[in-house]
Design a protein around this ligand. Structure first.
Ligand code: MLT
Length: 249
């Protein structure tokens, strides 16, 4: 591996800048965590949509019983949606074998930024090692944090830092070029200490983040503990940018 770049917000990079690159989109609270849950629970695919109306229209084009609408606006399920953005709601009973048409405020917007990337994966703590395994053979890696409503969010930066730490640790014999945001993310992660030993500490760190406070204010604190379960799944969500289809690899 030659280089890792972290982008702390989608607006701090451009589709051109990401052109031909391998990108990991990060929205720990909660879009990329929830998508990992959906695929691990046996959803056939997740299709990311930017707008509510486009999502509703796309869902109508599927035969009844084969599709569910999922996602959020202001953290809650939009009108007429089958599922919100709480990862634990995506159980095999509900989503097994189904297509999920999915739209969220920040996560799906970050995915749209990658329309010229060569490969796009979706990362969260629940699939940290699967993401790092997929990146190990890449020359250049971009980690794209979704942020929250245009603001940098600690939870995404922490995850980016965890990836940087793991990749560098796995490749310590070779120097890897990091941009300053990658160094900042790595510093943030290192400052927390050995989180993986105690998911309660990571849950607490997630609570002290912009996204965490939003989720908590809605009474959905359980989502933070769910998002803090490092390596719960050995699953690699891959986004096909031409169609916005996400499937498990
Ligand atoms: C998003 O994509 O905007 C987030 O996942 C928001 C949320 O926590 O529901």
């Amino acid at each position: 591996m030659h280089s890792i770049r972290v982008h702390l917000l989608p607006t701090l990079t451009t589709p051109d800048d990401l052109s031909g690159r391998t990108v990991v989109v990060i929205d720990v609270l909660r879009a990329t965590t929830t998508i990992a849950h959906a695929l691990a629970a046996g959803a056939r695919q997740v299709i990311a949509c930017a707008e509510l109306d486009a999502a509703r229209e796309l869902a109508r084009s599927f035969p009844k019983g084969q599709v569910l609408l999922g996602g959020e606006r202001d953290g809650l399920p939009p009108e007429g949606f089958d599922l919100g953005n709480s990862p634990a709601d995506y159980t095999s009973e509900k989503v097994g074998g189904k297509t999920i048409v999915f739209t969220t405020t920040n996560g799906t917007q970050a995915m749209l930024r990658c329309d010229r990337a060569q490969r796009v994966y979706l990362g969260a703590f629940v699939n940290l090692s699967a993401i790092c395994g997929a990146l190990a053979d890449c020359d250049n890696v971009d980690l794209l944090c979704a942020g929250t409503n245009g603001q940098i969010t600690r939870e995404d930066v922490l995850f980016a830092g965890a990836v940087v730490e793991k990749l560098i640790g796995d490749d310590s014999a070779r120097p890897i070029k990091l941009n300053d945001s990658a160094r900042l993310a790595q510093d943030s992660w290192r400052a927390l200490g050995p989180m993986s030993a105690d998911p309660r500490l990571l849950t607490e760190a997630l609570l002290q983040s912009h996204g965490g406070r939003n989720v908590s204010a809605l009474g959905l604190q359980d989502d933070l503990a769910t998002a803090a379960q490092i390596d719960r799944f050995d699953i690699l969500p891959v986004l096909e940018v031409a169609t916005m289809q996400i499937t498990a690899s």
